[in-house]
Design a protein around this ligand. Structure first.
Ligand code: HGY
Ligand code: MN
Ligand code: MN
Length: 416
């Protein structure tokens, strides 16, 4: 058995790749706007595919546009060890959310090539489609179809706020692949990701050993009132859809604050029609989401929300169609994979601590179909989903070193 304990990745090459990818959709404020299934997403995918080919990998794409670059194993029939994350970003996203996981995985392969290391199992690097859910909801839909939680038809029918359809956009950028999405064995899946919160940096810890992903519930509301004149409609006679939406926003916030310290509640999108300053809004589209690591609390928040929305509808004489568009319970990651991450950090001499993920990740769906774990790096001030998101190069290197070692434990080094 080859001793792979001193192997490390090339941190400078990883950082160069991150900066190169960040140019695609780069914004004047230093962030990235490379939203899923846009021409910029296609450019990012094409660059990733070129780099993978240059690293001697073969590329497969499935019907959800999920990309899998493969480095063969000596016993290539075995189920692969898969590493990856996502290249799509938020509209005001940063350079590292998701991208660190995809390019950190590519760096693992590049380093194995440099060290002429062979593994018994094949290694695959994945780029999952539409992790962010910003343009097409829900989030993590590429990995969600792969894990069998959503159907291809559900995903293809999703529409963005301009009415563009997911399936048509995926076809337009040329990334509808021939492979079925999912339904094949994966020996282990590891996802490297920035924490997107302040804990690791505050505690001066290099590596987060992620034990769970918290549960999430995502909702949409179609609120109908009655458009009428802002100057001549007496207050008691109004059916003001925007006032109803405002009450739901306050209800979501109040419900999360009622379950401290871990509950999260957010309203992210609101669209008011007709959008005229002197017309009482007759229609509003609103979104909200809840998150919590305990499913029973998430259910209690859901119940309080539904009761509150019914009360707001009655009080405002509004019709409120409330839809839950996505739900997944808290996800425990697989013990042997979590232990491999913890062992890797330990042996590499990186400080580490167990942590629960506040953000959702493709790993949360992949965990349904493969032994899965995640590796977190700190991020500056815990900021993410913001153009100022940034990390230190040494954090990126440490995370990818741990990814390399955890992957090799599962892929089994046979020659170096
Ligand atoms: O919403 C999330 O947690 C992830 O960024 N998609
Ligand atoms: Mn992400
Ligand atoms: Mn994100």
């Amino acid at each position: 058995m080859v001793d792979f304990r001193n192997m490390r990745i090339d941190g400078a090459r990883l950082w160069d790749a991150l900066m190169e990818m960040a140019k695609i959709g780069g914004t004047p404020a230093g962030g990235c706007n490379r939203q899923t299934l846009t021409d910029l997403d296609r450019q990012g995918r094409d660059l990733f595919a070129r780099w993978c080919r240059e690293a001697g990998m073969t590329m497969r794409v499935d019907k959800m546009g999920n990309m899998f670059a493969r480095r063969p194993g000596l016993d290539d029939k075995l189920a692969p060890v898969m590493l990856g994350s996502h290249l799509d970003t938020q509209p005001t996203g940063g350079k590292f959310d998701g991208v660190l996981g995809v390019l950190g995985a590519l760096e693992v392969v590049r380093s194995l090539n440099d060290m002429n290391v062979r593994t018994r199992r094949p290694i695959e690097v994945a780029n999952w489609t539409n992790e962010e859910g910003a343009r097409f909801a829900p989030s993590m839909i590429g990995s969600g179809v792969f894990a069998g939680h959503y159907t291809l038809e559900e995903a293809y029918a999703a529409r963005d706020l301009e009415g563009a359809e997911f399936g048509a956009e995926l076809k337009r950028i040329g990334y509808v692949g021939p492979d079925e999405a999912g339904g094949r064995p994966i020996h282990a899946y590891f996802e490297l990701h920035i924490e997107q919160g302040p804990i690791l940096e505050d505690e001066k810890i290099d590596i987060g050993v992620v034990t769970h992903g918290q549960g999430q519930r995502w909702y949409e509301y179609a609120i109908k009132g009655f458009e009428s004149h802002a100057g001549s409609t007496p207050m008691p006679r109004r059916r003001d859809a925007l006032l109803g939406a405002a009450r739901i926003v306050e209800l979501v916030n109040r419900t999360a604050l009622a379950h401290p310290p871990l509950a999260m509640g957010t309203c992210g999108v609101i669209e008011s029609k007709p959008g005229s300053r002197n017309v009482i809004p007759g229609e509003v589209f609103l979104t909200s989401e809840f998150r919590h690591p305990d499913d029973a609390v998430l259910s209690a928040m859901d119940k309080a929300l539904r009761e509150g929305v019914a009360e707001i509808a009655a009080r405002g004489r509004l019709e409120i169609e409330m839809r839950e568009i996505s739900y997944y319970p808290p996800v425990p990651f697989e013990a042997s994979c979590v232990a491999a991450v913890r062992r890797a950090a330990q042996e590499l001499g990186y400080s580490h601590r167990d942590i629960v993920s506040g953000a959702g990740h493709d790993a949360c769906w992949v965990a349904l179909v493969a032994p899965t774990a995640m590796i977190f790096t700190p991020c500056v001030d815990g900021v993410s989903h913001n153009e100022s998101e940034t990390i230190l190069p040494e954090w990126a290197s440490a995370g990818a070193d741990v990814l390399l070692r955890a992957a090799l434990e599962k892929a089994e080094v046979v020659a170096a």
